[in-house]
Design a protein around this ligand. Structure first.
Ligand SMILES: [Zn+2]
Length: 359
């Protein structure tokens, strides 16, 4: 088990687990936010950061240095920082650090434990599975510290980083596949409002045909009751690996009607805030400091703002005329990099979009 979670007031909460070196208990995030951050996380950033962690062990005496209190507190510190920003990446960090500490006790135990979280670990690390750290013959005899000339801890850590990187990529692709399918379903399939779990049924029907088994519903979660912070009883779900957390959060998002969409301007994934029908994200786009979601408001900018905005966005005077003297139902449409003036005489003046554009 890597964690236990529960959902409350639209947030995903982590239960107090008291792990050996790190603890994520008592932390809550807006449901959907961790999964969104996870799919947007860049592989290169992951490889770079974790290679740096592994390189910290490139030393003949690293296996003993990790037991120093200063080192342990620095591990805890970086784990705490990561918990606040990148929950899924935090669990990869936890996986690596627990492997390190298991490995300095017994490489075999470390590898066997890791195999349960990361398939392929046993094969990848088979070169060191039978290695045992030398122990002093007698506790009363002071002997010179064993020098790990082969730097086994460092090489094992590098192998784990490589495995985690492959796992991250595979997990991201699996989630993105489901998100894309869900987006298509929401466009094409007529599912009554108030029964969002119908989407999960549709996704799983597809998974069953495609791979022969369910992605979300196989391996059901163990549920138990626990005392949370502040003290109250909550129904908790046991999370055994990162893939479980992905399945859990994805299902709970559907159940709570929270959907990841693709921005029509920058094509990155986002979760609509406030309005479920939003088509644009609120990330900064381009060099002018504007958000994707600002583009739609451009139709109603004050005159001088329009000139500045036009310059920043590279709009021609002809195109600008559609905004400057725009009557109702005239304006500019943005399709990625292309800007198209439009005049729509048949715009429904009682429609909701019309009302929104003219407020
Ligand atoms: Zn965007």
């Amino acid at each position: 088990m890597i964690a236990s979670v529960y959902i409350k007031n639209g947030n995903i909460h982590f239960y107090n687990e008291n792990r050996r070196f790190t603890d994520i208990g008592g932390i809550a995030y807006e449901l959907g936010r961790p999964l969104l951050d996870f799919i947007c996380y860049e592989h290169d950033r992951f490889d770079e950061a974790f290679t740096l962690y592994a390189e910290a062990f490139e030393n003949e005496f690293a296996y003993t240095a990790v037991r120093e209190p200063e080192f342990i507190s620095s591990v805890k510190e970086s784990a705490r920082n990561m918990q606040q920003r990148e929950v899924y990446i935090y669990f990869y960090h936890q996986m690596l650090m627990e492997f390190i500490y298991d490995f300095v006790d017994s490489p075999r135990t470390a590898i066997e434990r890791l195999e349960k979280l990361l398939s392929g670990a046993y094969d990848r690390l088979s070169w060191t599975v039978d290695f045992e750290w030398p122990v002093p013959v007698s506790p009363f005899v002071q002997v010179a510290l064993y020098a790990d000339k082969e730097k086994r801890l460092f090489r094992a850590a590098m192998d784990v980083v490589a495995l985690m990187s492959e796992d991250l990529k595979a997990a991201q692709s699996a989630v993105i596949y489901e998100i894309e399918l869900l987006l298509a379903l929401r466009e094409q399939v007529d599912i009554p409002i108030n029964s969002p779990m119908e989407y999960l049924y549709q996704l799983e029907a597809n998974n069953k045909i495609r791979s022969g088994h369910y992605f979300f519903l196989d391996n059901p979660f163990r549920v138990f009751y626990g005392v949370t912070k502040p003290p109250e009883i909550a129904e908790l779900y046991e999370i055994n690996m990162i893939k479980d957390l992905i399945r859990f959060e994805f299902m709970k998002m559907i159940e709570h009607d929270i959907f990841i969409k693709k921005c029509k301007n920058c094509e990155r994934y986002f979760i609509p805030r406030g309005r479920a029908d939003a088509e644009y994200c609120s990330r900064i786009f381009g060099e002018n400091g504007r958000k994707c979601s600002d583009f739609i408001y451009m139709l109603n900018q004050a005159a001088c703002d329009r000139q500045i905005l036009a310059k920043q966005l590279g709009i021609s005077p002809h195109q600008l005329s559609y905004v400057t003297h725009a009557n109702s139902g005239e304006g500019l449409l943005f399709f990625g990099d292309t800007i198209i003036p439009f005049v729509d005489r048949g715009f429904d003046k009682n429609g909701e979009i019309y009302q929104l554009l003219n407020t």
